[in-house]
Ligand binder design. Structure first.
Ligand code: CP3
Length: 346
């Protein structure tokens, strides 16, 4: 149950499109390798071991929120461990990124996958949520998250990150029945996973469709929208849901139709114009994360541009247009958080 203090937090008010005392800010991937405290907690353990250790992943979440002074914490976890529960092997190779094996390429591969209830199969996530909620300041909401069906399917099919998504699109075009069976199953899993996170104590969730920008609007509508819709319908009304993707300028009308209370925007997308066109109640975004590598004056100027674009209309959550990258200067990140608060205080 969300108590009054949390309900009236800046972040949750902005999610509902209500006026706030200052623009709330949090940053995708706010906990990560750019932060020495993260490196210390991770130590010599693997990333996956860290994700499966509730005490240490809780610590990473709490450190990032406290050090940066952001208005929301995000669960420290990853998009991909849910794919282990369907029977894929997951590894993170240092400097190369995630690997899933064997990749799902045929309808026989699809039918071999198991469908376990993530409420049972991922206890470490809910344990982390309970620890974080106990330790987090009372007025700071905790955000849970999951990968959207398309982005999870793309990882399962490619077996790794991809530029052209050749295997993914080939399966989608050649075997639409298998495709819809796979995405339907992933949508059921993700819906249950988000419900279980909400039951464990998160105040909002974000659906990451990180790679969906590789699709045309027509393909999004035909192959993805029904499945994202199913996920978003299933959690609708429980907590605010942020629906996010990258490279989505032309997909946003369809993503908005799929659902979510807050639309996450990348830095290619103008805020005011998009809000006017799509009539969404709240948006999140959208500073280019690379700006944080530049001089402080640039950070200030670029952040101001985002705030000017967002204007006075309630319902803006400041964020980057995508996650913070390794080697981002921590001082610039702190500067950004303070700048957004100070320059928007009403
Ligand atoms: O936002 C946060 O601080 C919470 C934690 C979080 C992580 N991953 C931690 C992480 C979240 C929300 C994610 C989501 C995620 N994971 C996405 C969607 C976000 C986006 O950027 O669109 C994706 C695509 C993944 C899959 C994934 N996990 C990739 C591509 C990588 C990077 C591989 C690499 O070596 O660069 C990961 C690993 C990962 N997830 C790290 C962290 C902190 C780095 C782990 C390490 O090496 O210590």
């Amino acid at each position: 149950m969300t108590d009054n203090v949390l309900h009236n937090s800046r972040f949750l008010k902005a999610c509902r499109g209500e006026p706030v005392d200052a623009t709330p800010i949090w940053l995708m991937r706010q906990a990560g390798r750019y932060m020495p405290e993260y490196q210390a907690v991770r130590g010599k353990s693997s990333f996956l071991e860290l994700c499966k250790s509730p005490e240490r992943s809780a610590q990473v979440t709490l450190d990032a929120q406290r050090i940066l002074g952001v208005d929301a914490a995000i669960l420290f976890a990853d998009l991909l461990p849910i794919l282990e529960t369907v029977g894929l092997n997951l590894e993170y190779l240092e400097g190369e990124g995630p690997r899933l094996s064997p990749p799902v390429r045929t309808s026989a591969d699809i039918h071999r996958l198991r469908e376990e209830d993530p409420a049972q199969s991922m206890p470490f996530v809910y344990d982390a949520i309970r620890i974080i909620r106990r330790e987090l300041p009372r007025d700071i909401p905790l955000i849970g998250f999951a990968g959207a069906p398309f982005t999870l399917a793309a990882y399962a099919i490619e077996g790794e990150s991809s530029r052209n998504f050749i295997h993914t699109k080939t399966l989608m075009y050649n075997d639409p029945q298998g495709w819809h069976a796979l995405l339907g199953m992933l949508a059921r899993l993700v819906g249950k996973y988000l419900h279980a996170q909400i039951d464990a104590g998160v105040q909002a969730v974000q659906l990451f469709d990180s790679w969906v920008g590789t699709l045309s609007p027509e393909d999004y509508r035909e192959y993805v929208l029904p499945h994202s819709y199913a996920v978003l319908q299933s959690v609708k009304g429980r907590v605010p849901v942020i629906h996010f993707g990258v490279g989505t300028s032309t997909l946003l009308p369809f993503m908005a139709a799929a659902g979510g209370d807050v639309l996450g925007l990348d830095w290619h997308t103008p805020i005011a114009l998009t809000r006017e066109k799509l009539k969404v109640r709240a948006v999140q975004g959208n500073l280019d994360p690379i700006c944080l590598f530049a001089d402080r004056e640039v950070v200030r100027r670029k952040a101001m541009q985002v705030l000017d674009d967002a204007g006075e209309t309630p319902g803006h959550i400041f964020n980057l247009g995508h996650g913070i990258l390794p080697k981002t200067p921590v001082d610039n990140v702190k500067f950004l958080v303070d700048f957004v608060h100070e320059s928007t205080r009403r």
